[in-house]
Ligand binder design. Structure first.
Ligand code: NAD
Length: 284
């Protein structure tokens, strides 16, 4: 039973991953992200999510060095950029991410998107090559776990045809508007831990009266209901806020659970569907 932010899920290779991560998408590099990371750690977060694409790895690294908590107590994720698929490019991109972060290992490295425009025509071959690089980095101990992001079933199946190491994580758009239950079930069957990006529907959650109603019933906030909703599905949410009091609020989710009536009400939001791009048609 998860009771606090630093409590962990266990990945299929035995590595422990703190059950809520701190998101840094759109947080500008420099003092904003440095202070956000320091504050997140102060609020109790031990898991930080960044990516090459967020262009803030240097600041995330500076925040890690200044936060006052030992590196080994933190769980740091980064992701391969869309222009770096393929064996050699992935190896170089990993080294660049490490250098920018100022770290000598990562806890988790993900392929950010399965079929970027630059290799949409031959994405299966490219992902197979990329995964070979990921496996080598994993076996060399440079990364403690490797995984996927935005991989739907066909992308996962194609990768598994040649993979020697099974992915440990798939980071997906998952929230009350888009539970993506069939994909979640499939990942669970494969023992791949699902993380939720956009757990607060990228801020849209706050416009829904139904979420306010459920929040009021439990004496909690809309953000807390969304984060609890993810945890109740054994999904690992990555909420993002640059405000300290909201970071604390988003972590205060261990004293309630949602009941069947709440879940039914929340499911009425599914009509609105996903907010992000589909991996096979995204314009990047
Ligand atoms: P989110 O669902 O976490 O929502 C963030 C928005 O909610 C921000 O505008 C923030 O100000 C607001 N917010 C946060 N807490 C609040 C609170 N308590 N009260 C009121 N408003 C609050 O959206 P996100 O940042 O897109 O997703 C979370 C993380 O997931 C990202 O930061 C990133 O690390 C990751 N991500 C990954 C992908 C991917 O393709 N793998 C895509 C998007 C995001």
């Amino acid at each position: 039973m998860l009771q606090k932010l630093s409590d962990c899920y266990t990945l299929n290779n035995g590595v422990k991953i703190p059950c809520i991560g701190y998101g840094t998408f759109k947080t500008p590099n420099g003092s904003t992200v440095v202070n956000s990371v320091i504050n997140a750690v102060k609020a109790g977060y031990r898991h930080i999510d960044t990516a090459h694409r967020y262009d803030n790895e240097e600041g995330v690294g500076e925040g890690i060095r200044k936060c006052g908590v030992a590196r080994e107590e933190l769980f740091i994720t980064s992701k391969l950029g869309n222009h770096h698929h393929g064996y050699k490019a992935a190896m170089e991109a990993f080294d660049l991410s490490l250098r920018k972060l100022g770290l000598d290992y990562l806890d988790l490295y993900l392929i950010h998107w399965p079929a970027p425009l630059v290799c949409r025509e031959n994405y299966k071959e490219k992902n197979a090559e990329t995964w070979r690089a990921f496996e080598e980095l994993y076996r060399a101990g440079k990364v403690r776990a490797i995984g996927l992001s935005n991989f739907w079933k066909p992308h996962i199946d194609a990768l598994l045809e040649t993979a020697e190491v099974k992915p440990m994580v798939n980071q997906l758009e998952i929230h009350p508007q888009f539970p993506h239950q069939d994909l979640l079930d499939y990942c669970r069957e494969l023992d791949i831990q699902v993380e939720s990006w956009g757990p607060l529907i990228q801020g849209k959650a706050f416009q829904y009266p139904v979420l306010k109603e459920v929040a009021l019933k439990h004496g909690k906030t809309v953000a807390q209901v969304c984060i609890r909703w993810a945890l109740d599905k054994n999904v690992l949410p990555l909420p993002k806020s640059n405000h300290f009091e909201r970071m604390v609020e988003n972590a205060d989710v261990f004293d309630f659970t949602l009941d069947a009536e709440d879940i039914k009400k929340i499911s009425s939001l599914e009509v609105y569907g996903r907010i992000g791009k589909e991996p096979d048609t995204a314009p990047f």
